[in-house]
Write a protein that binds this ligand. Structure first.
Ligand SMILES: Cc1cc2nc3c(=O)[nH]c(=O)nc-3n(C[C@H](O)[C@H](O)[C@H](O)COP(=O)(O)OP(=O)(O)OC[C@H]3O[C@@H](n4cnc5c(N)ncnc54)[C@H](O)[C@@H]3O)c2cc1C
Length: 391
């Protein structure tokens, strides 16, 4: 009998013939081989927080949450091996106890680390890369049934793919992460009108380790948030968002319980304000009652094959919509604007781009597919929406 499944927002649903809960790497390898040998599609799921239909399948959906925990840490290299199904929140304390931490993380920490890496999840900070850029190695259960480790020197093409893999090459069982020394942060926030905030926004982006703002289009008001390293002692209980002092993994993540869907595009950092102005114009003239926030963040340049920050310092602009509303008209119109700024979509959020268009935006998109096809020639790890992205 088919199981029922839905993603975090409830907007995506599926009826997989099997919902499989992994607890061991051996099971992952055997399951991948079973799917391949029986001609079934298999999709590895983390915490199902993606808005793009990366996961739905009528065949096998795998919950990787049982592959959880810190395997090892190395104080000299500041690296750790973690199980890929670990929720990010579950990594904070054990890594901290080993004197280590993620250099940055996203707005929430409910995702699995495997899922966050799988889509290039990021936080904010002009000098800070996304989570995929911290991946220095990976262990993957392939469709062949092999469990292989890859890094910069061993199977380097597979490693490049693993850094941002869309769950399309295998079940990632472990990730080797480059970390930093654990650090404390103090966070402050303030309200301002969009015009007042934009007057100083470049300065804020440059001055603060982490800076972002949410702009509410119908009121013109913004909430800005700055977070910086501190030597101050943590203050418990942890304060509300925007007024906190504590360890990195305590301060950066927030609680988001508003069921929404989202489009996010990355544009070259020096185009961020012009792009925001263009989005502002479209919302004011065509969607004047759209009350949901627009989020503005920055991500450092990297050299990952399909990172939205590859080859360029980046500003990300997110458009949100209540899950009960139809987002398509607004998102498509915003996407037209993002396209004029060479915008690259977030892999885990809504976009309507074709494989050909993605090949123009991501120079290594074709290479990514070549390597993927080499390790999974029968397409065991591809559902229909993923297959449709082939260039
Ligand atoms: C409330 C909310 C807040 C968010 N905040 C941010 C943010 O601040 N910054 C940001 O960049 N994004 C953000 N996102 C997007 C989110 O981080 C990504 O969609 C992320 O991929 C979700 O992680 P997950 O564990 O839920 O992955 P899933 O959605 O379960 O999976 C994502 C992809 O990873 C693959 N995958 C997962 N685990 C494995 C594995 N073990 N092996 C192989 N493939 C795997 C899946 O197949 C899929 O392709 C947010 C989303 C929500 C709903």
């Amino acid at each position: 009998m088919a199981s029922t499944w839905q993603n975090w927002s409830g907007k995506l649903t599926a009826s997989p013939s099997a919902l499989h809960y992994l607890r061991t790497e051996a099971d992952a390898a055997a399951l991948a081989a079973h799917a391949a040998s029986t001609g079934q599609v298999i999709r590895p799921a983390g915490s199902a927080h993606s808005h793009y239909p990366l996961l739905p399948t009528s065949d096998i959906l795998v919950d990787t949450g049982g592959l959880s925990g810190v395997v090892s840490t190395n104080a000299r290299t500041k690296q750790a091996v973690v199980m890929a199904g670990s929720n990010i929140y579950a990594l904070g304390l054990p890594l901290h106890r080993a004197g280590l931490g993620l250099a940055n993380q996203g707005d929430i920490d409910r995702q699995s680390i495997g899922g966050a890496v799988g889509t290039g999840t990021h936080g904010t900070g002009a000098t800070l890369g996304n989570l995929s850029s911290a991946v220095v190695g990976a262990t993957i259960a392939l469709a062949s049934g092999e469990l292989v480790h890859c890094d910069q020197t061993h199977l380097p093409d597979l490693w490049r793919l693993a850094q941002l893999n869309l769950g399309a090459v295998g079940i990632v069982t472990k990730l080797d992460l480059q970390l930093v020394d654990t650090f404390k942060l103090r966070q402050t926030s303030w309200e301002a009108t969009i015009d007042d905030l934009l007057a100083d926004v470049e300065q804020h982006m440059a001055e603060h380790r982490h800076f972002e703002f949410f702009w509410y289009p119908t009121t013109g008001q913004c909430v800005a948030k700055a977070t910086n390293v501190t030597t101050d002692e943590p203050q418990y209980p942890m304060g509300p968002e925007g007024d906190r002092c504590g360890w990195n993994f305590e301060v950066l993540p927030n609680h988001r319980d508003w069921p929404h869907t989202e489009m996010e595009y990355s544009v070259p950092a020096d185009q961020g304000l012009a792009c925001l102005a263009a989005i502002r114009e479209v919302l004011a003239t065509e969607f004047p009652t759209m009350p949901y926030p627009i989020e503005y963040r920055s991500v450092a340049q990297d050299d990952l094959w399909i990172s939205s920050a590859t080859g360029r310092s980046t500003v990300t602009i997110s458009v949100h919509m209540d899950v009960r509303q139809d987002e398509e008209a607004c998102f498509r119109r915003c996407e037209e604007v993002f396209a004029t700024f060479e915008g690259r979509p977030h892999w885990g959020k809504i976009h309507y781009r074709s494989g050909q268009e993605l090949a123009e935006l991501y120079p290594m998109w074709r290479r990514w597919w070549e390597v993927r096809d080499h390790y999974d020639p029968e397409g065991t790890f591809l559902n229909e929406p993923l297959s449709a992205l082939r260039p």
